[in-house]
Design a protein around this ligand. Structure first.
Ligand SMILES: NC(=O)c1ccc[n+]([C@@H]2O[C@H](COP(=O)([O-])OP(=O)(O)OC[C@H]3O[C@@H](n4cnc5c(N)ncnc54)[C@H](OP(=O)(O)O)[C@@H]3O)[C@@H](O)[C@H]2O)c1
Length: 237
């Protein structure tokens, strides 16, 4: 049997496409055992095949971050064969109420957005922290957005903005709670990228944008925690 004891283990939510796929590929290229959390099993297989063609062996596991049972199962299944879960990238997100004014809220869309972007990351972090504590080591990277920045608050994408502002707060709260445990918690704003979620045409690829999340996922023990970063630079939010 392969001895994985020295190999880091990572879980990337929403790993089948966009930024999550690029982050999964770049972590795997560093020799990390990566599991892509995917909602759709077939999409996961396709992503595995695409990475396999690049010489990267990456696995997928069904994961819907809005479903507590799915979160618990995915974290347990990823950690069990290795006795560890070292890296969590909370990447999965939706943007579904772009034009809806805050003064005329569509609470169904707001609830769905918060359940995925904020509570989904919270659920997954909580489950992952349980595994990370066993080895006194962990790296949690929350994928945030400039739209969640307090300095950049404005109209449009209301529930998305609120979800990412909440995710920024959660990042700093968890980092403070976990200070001294070996678990570092940071957030990365990837900037506009050419993915299905993109708000405007842009040439920036998710591969380019993956640099900061990958850096935060592989920080040394004396790396930052509670930070919000864009292109490796700290942001004041
Ligand atoms: N694109 C941009 O310009 C931009 C800018 C700033 C920040 N971001 C952030 O970057 C991250 C990645 O976005 P992206 O542009 O790569 O988006 P994307 O291409 O739309 O990919 C989103 C991913 O999240 C998954 N997902 C959605 N709901 C989920 C759920 N309930 N459980 C598990 N997975 C779920 C999707 O799965 P399915 O394939 O099953 O739908 C997909 O894999 C997000 O956090 C986003 O907010 C993006």
């Amino acid at each position: 049997m392969t001895d994985f004891s020295d190999q880091r283990v990572a879980l990337v939510s929403g790993g089948n496409r966009g930024l999550g796929f690029a982050v999964a590929a770049q972590l795997a290229a560093q020799g990390i055992h990566v599991v892509m959390g995917v909602r759709d099993r077939l999409a996961g297989r396709d992503a595995e095949t695409a990475l396999g063609r690049k010489g990267l062996m990456v696995h997928s596991h069904v994961l819907d971050v809005t479903d507590p049972a799915s979160v618990a199962r995915a974290v347990a299944d990823v950690a069990a064969p290795f006795g560890r879960l070292d890296i969590l990238v909370n990447n999965a997100a939706v943007a579904i109420d772009r034009q809806q004014p805050a003064a005329a809220p569509d609470f169904e869309k707001i609830r769905a957005t918060l359940d995925t972007n904020l509570l989904g990351a919270w659920r997954l972090s909580s489950a992952a922290i349980g595994e990370m504590r066993k080895n006194n080591f962990g790296r949690i990277v929350n994928i945030t957005s400039h739209l969640g920045s307090q300095n950049n608050m404005g109209t449009g994408n209301v529930s998305y903005r609120v979800s990412k502002a909440g995710l920024n707060a959660l990042t700093q709260i968890l980092a403070a709670e976990l200070d001294g445990t070996g678990i570092l918690v940071n957030a990365a704003a990837p900037g506009r990228m050419n993915t299905r979620m993109a708000y405007e045409e842009t040439d920036r690829t998710p591969e380019e944008a993956a640099d900061t999340p990958v850096w935060l996922a592989t920080l040394p023990d004396d790396g930052p925690t509670g930070g919000l970063f864009y292109e490796r630079q700290p942001l004041t939010w």
